[in-house]
Design a protein around this ligand. Structure first.
Ligand code: CUA
Length: 310
């Protein structure tokens, strides 16, 4: 599969996106028809020579200029408003609640567990297929906007305020979510992956995300020491270790994620090496400092350690 998954509102895979795509087609076809009528009349006026009948011309101006737009716009408004209650209705009680915070330029994600606990992850959202989920959206700095075009509408993420959004995916697959509000230097590199999967796969994924960091191999132990010794834990958390920073993304299960840098590069050893050593060449503006001073074997060990955190 392509690294960049579907990001089209017309390739809909969710209840909300389907009605939005329907509205788009109604408007597009209606707009084309009206355009054809207007152009046809213009051509008629040019081609037919001589004086046009005054009375019929006046009727045309009143009919085409006032009556027709009033009817069309009223119909369109009614059609659009009729969609709103369903799009805005919250997900039913007991649905999965997912809190997402926009941070320049990545996404902090918390899954609310049935026991009341919250599980933190970053930049990758898993959803069970054919079930509504409730998103609670906020921002930790400037205004961002949360948008998964294939699944539903777009909602702003405001500092000091919580907005909500219901998504109801209907097709298994990987979809791309983006920040849809200009938020600074790396705005175009603020994306995330949405993985829609079966209930069983989803439960398994969430169970694993809720657990502490997995045991690592002896080969990765050197990497763990470099992580600890280089101060990475001041910004990043790896639950189950002494790393408990909250500034940057939680890395407890980093190795299980599809991408790095908020869906900027596929998650593999080469890209992660580049990300750590040349962070700002990959994504200009990020707060993480580049660790250019690490020796090649230190980098390799660090990359191995992070990759093993499945
Ligand atoms: Cu965040 Cu644009």
């Amino acid at each position: 599969m392509n690294f960049v998954p579907s990001q089209s509102a017309l390739d809909h895979a969710g209840v909300g996106a389907e009605s939005i795509a329907g509205l788009f087609w109604v408007m597009l076809i209606g707009g084309c028809l009206i355009w054809l009528i207007v152009v046809g009349l213009a051509v008629y006026a040019i081609v037919v020579p001589g004086q046009h009948d005054q009375k019929r011309t006046r009727m045309l101006v009143i009919g085409g200029g006032a009556v027709f737009p009033t009817i069309v716009l009223t119909a369109l408004l009614t059609y659009g408003l009729a969609m709103l209650p369903d799009l805005q209705r919250p997900a039913p009680e007991g649905s999965q609640v997912i809190e997402v915070a926009g941070v320049r330029w990545w996404w902090r994600i918390h899954y609310r567990m049935p026991d009341g606990n919250r599980v933190e992850t970053a930049n990758e959202i898993h959803l069970p297929v054919n079930e509504p989920v409730e998103f609670k959206l906020k921002s930790e700095d400037v205004i961002h906007a949360f948008w998964v075009p294939s699944l539903g509408g777009k909602v702003d993420m405001m500092p000091g305020r919580e907005n909500r959004l219901k998504l109801h995916p209907t097709r298994v697959g990987v979809y791309r979510g983006v920040c849809a509000e200009y938020c600074g230097e790396a705005h175009t590199q603020m994306a995330f992956d949405v993985i829609v999967e079966s209930r069983e796969d989803y439960d398994e994924w969430l169970r694993q995300q809720a657990s502490l960091a997995v045991a690592i191999s002896d080969e990765a132990e050197a990497g763990r020491k470099i992580f600890a010794g280089s101060g990475c834990g001041a910004c990043h958390s790896i639950r189950g270790t002494s790393a408990d920073g909250v500034v940057g993304p939680d890395l407890t299960h980093f190795g299980s994620r599809r991408s790095i840098g908020a869906s900027v590069l596929p998650n593999n050893a080469d890209n992660l090496t580049r990300w750590i050593a040349e962070t700002h060449r990959v994504k200009s503006g990020v707060e993480m400092p580049a660790f250019e001073t690490l020796a090649e074997d230190e980098l390799r060990a660090l990359v191995r350690y992070l990759g093993e955190l499945k």
